[in-house]
Structures are given as structure tokens and as C-alpha cells.
Design a protein around this ligand. Structure first.
Ligand SMILES: [Zn+2]
Length: 146
């Protein structure tokens, strides 16, 4: 193999990016802030993210790999300081994992395609819409406006 011409950051027609297979590749693709949240399960400061208050219609994709995650129709204003959704776009779009860090038991939400950290899900969402609150980091999301 003479030259590696693989561009790991170019989206294909369906909006997906290849899933990086090593940490250095993720670091090269993501901003330092995104890397910290997506690959190190960090949390952006509340009210800091670009999608906290947006009502624009579109598809929220994983900022790391382009996997479709949330429809803007399920977004609601939770007052938490993070973009919040009542449900994922498909049950297999995300993976839910028990998280016992920081002395709490929470449910972590990961992208099912690339296993990047997205945020947590809580059961204090709007009751008439299922009662769930997917509390996401804006840094983990990429809104494709429609
Ligand atoms: Zn992903």
C-alpha cells in the first residue's frame, strides 16, 4: 500500500462517516471539546451548547459518525441547559448503559453505531410523551436542517 488515501472525515451520501477504529483517529477528527465529551464521556457546561434552545427542524446525527439519532420533533425545552428529547429516532439508534460514576446510578446514552458518549436518559420527561428525557450534549450532535 503506497499511500493511504482514506479520508475518514468525509460523509457519504447517506450522511454517515466511517467509524474510527482507534483513539488517534477520533482525536484527529473531533475538536478537543467534542473528543472530551464523545470519547471520554465528558459533559459540556449547561446552557453552553449550540442546540440548547434551537427549535429548527431537522435530523440530529451523531457528531462522531453521522448516525441518525433524534428527530427535531421530539425535542423539548427541559430547562436543564442541555438539548432534550423524548425519544430516539429508532430504538436501535442508541445504546443504553448503566452508569454508576460520580456516586449516582444513571443511564448513559451512547451512539449504537460508534459507541460515542451522547449523554444520559432520565425518567422525568413529559409524561404525555412517554416520560423520558434524553439529556444530550450539543457537542455530541450535528443538526442537519430540513
Ligand atoms: Zn456515532
Amino acid at each position: 500500500m503506497a499511500t493511504d488515501t482514506t479520508d475518514t472525515t468525509t460523509k457519504t451520501a447517506d450522511g454517515l462517516m466511517p467509524v474510527a477504529d482507534n483513539d488517534a483517529a477520533w482525536k484527529a477528527r473531533l475538536s478537543p471539546e467534542q473528543y472530551k465529551v464523545l470519547r471520554r464521556a465528558g459533559t459540556e457546561p449547561p446552557f453552553s451548547g449550540e442546540y440548547v434552545d434551537t427549535d429548527e427542524a431537522g435530523l440530529y446525527r451523531c457528531a462522531a459518525c453521522g448516525n441518525p439519532l433524534f428527530d427535531s420533533g421530539t425535542k423539548f425545552h427541559s430547562g436543564s441547559g442541555w438539548p432534550s428529547f423524548t425519544s430516539a429516532i429508532a430504538s436501535d439508534a442508541v445504546e443504553l448503559i448503566e452508569d454508576r460514576s460520580h456516586g449516582m446510578t444513571r443511564t448513559e446514552v451512547q451512539c449504537a453505531r460508534c459507541h460515542s458518549h451522547l449523554g444520559h436518559v432520565f425518567d422525568d420527561g413529559p409524561r404525555d410523551q412517554g416520560g423520558q428525557r434524553f439529556c444530550m450534549n450539543s457537542l455530541s450532535l450535528d443538526l442537519n436542517k430540513t
